[in-house]
Design a protein around this ligand. Structure first.
Ligand SMILES: Nc1ncnc2c1ncn2[C@@H]1O[C@H](COP(=O)(O)OP(=O)(O)OP(=O)(O)O)[C@@H](O)[C@H]1O
Ligand SMILES: [Mg+2]
Length: 380
């Protein structure tokens, strides 16, 4: 192939939010859990409901990509897919339009039936009949629709769902599940997702029983696999360079794509990935990575409570000496800067949602690799 042709080849790596990677690596466990759910709703004779699933992980960990993968699998099984971003379903009418597109042209149908599924606690005084009509109609519609075909409803960025929409979605899922309908609600968001859904503004306390899937950093082998793509088959590739790049990603999927992207750019003229390519690529990766960390740092630094950055720095210090902390230990480290318990808990949730720390089983560890170290450095 002539060099100009090669130059024209688009870079296959995808270091952008939500872009599908050339190789989806190291997600076998997650994929089998997701497939299992799909199989349960789409089984021809025994298809039934599946417990709501929360896909919760820090930014850049690969939630959106897993949703895309699931959507493709669902399409292969003739499952009806409703695929929404929280920002698109900003109120109940928009939710209605997403779940039931025909209702957009038939708005009367959304306000016709008079039985409420609004929970008793639902914002007294605000439980206007329009909202309850919409909810009731959606429930009836979904019951009807799932008679024909199983449905997967997936919502990305769900930690930003408007409270009334989050409440309606969770209640719908709950009542359809109770009615034995083949429907599956999958909500993806940052680790603050569950806390958001259970908060007093959403009041979906039964979400406590939802299944939670928290994809973590990729193993080293998976990072290597994500970088060893077919497009490189006729390049001269030094395997030790790929291994060094994979190590440098610390398994964080976003950094994996960053590295692949930079290696491709640096190597495409010579069609090789060598030690020199690595050095050139490292400059780009470091620059992009500093930008990524800086955005996460700003989410802490610019928070309305200026003590948050102090609390985060304290946590960073403690977690540089210990790899994991209990809930009580994390909270007490935060309380050094924010003594009030309620405020400290809110701060902990924010630090989780930013990806600084994450809870796995019953222990807190660092979230996004090296973010704690970056923060300790910036805050000092
Ligand atoms: N298993 C994987 N193998 C290789 N690359 C991956 C994998 N998962 C995700 N990526 C890549 O990592 C980056 C982040 O993925 P994605 O956008 O899905 O993360 P996210 O968790 O949705 O992040 P955000 O919270 O910012 O929306 C993308 O460039 C994506 O292509
Ligand atoms: Mg995403």
């Amino acid at each position: 192939m002539a060099m100009t042709d090669n130059n024209a080849l688009p870079n296959p790596f995808t270091p952008g939010a939500g872009a599908y990677p050339p190789v989806l690596a190291g997600r076998e466990t997650e994929q089998s859990i997701l497939l299992d759910g799909l199989q349960k709703i789409s089984h021809p004779t025994r298809g039934g409901p599946v417990n709501m699933l929360l896909l919760a992980a820090p930014r850049g960990m690969g939630k959106t990509v897993l949703l895309s993968w699931l959507r493709r699998q669902a399409a292969d099984r003739s499952v009806h897919v409703v695929d929404a971003k929280a920002g698109d379903i900003f109120d109940l009418v928009a939710l209605g339009g997403a779940l039931w597109p025909e209702s957009r042209t038939e708005p009367a149908r959304l306000t016709g039936i008079d039985v409420g599924i609004v929970s008793a606690e639902w914002q007294p005084g605000h439980a206007d009949s329009r909202a309850s009509h919409i909810r009731t109609n959606l429930k009836e519609h979904l019951i009807e629709a799932t008679d024909q075909r199983p449905s997967l409803v997936q919502v990305d960025e769900a930690h930003t769902l408007a409270p009334e929409v989050a409440n309606a979605l969770c209640n719908l899922s709950q009542s359809l599940t109770e009615a034995g309908r083949p429907v599956w609600l999958v909500l993806a968001g940052t680790p603050g997702l569950q806390a958001h859904l259970m908060s007093s503004s959403v009041q979906a306390s039964f979400v406590e029983r939802a299944d939670v899937l928290s994809p973590n950093c990729l193993s080293r082998d998976a990072s290597v696999a994500a970088l060893e793509i077919a497009d490189w088959s006729d390049w001269e590739i030094d395997a030790s360079v790929i291994a060094q790049a994979a190590d440098d990603t610390q398994g964080f999927p976003f950094f994996v794509q960053r590295w692949g992207h930079a290696l491709w750019n640096a190597g495409r003229d010579s069609r090789s990935v060598t030690g020199d390519t690595l050095q050139a690529a490292r400059v780009d990766v470091d620059y992009a990575r500093r930008g990524f960390y800086a955005r996460r740092f700003r989410e802490i630094h610019d928070h309305e409570d200026p003590r948050l950055v102090v609390a985060a720095a304290t946590l960073a210090k403690v977690l540089s000496m210990r790899t994991s902390l209990s809930l009580a230990e994390v909270t007490s480290a935060i309380k050094e800067a924010i003594p009030d318990h309620v405020e400290a808990v809110r701060a902990r949730e924010h630090l989780e949602s930013v990806g600084l720390i994450q809870m796995r089983a019953d222990e807190f560890t660092g979230g996004i690799p090296s973010l704690l170290a970056y923060l300790a450095d910036q805050a000092s």
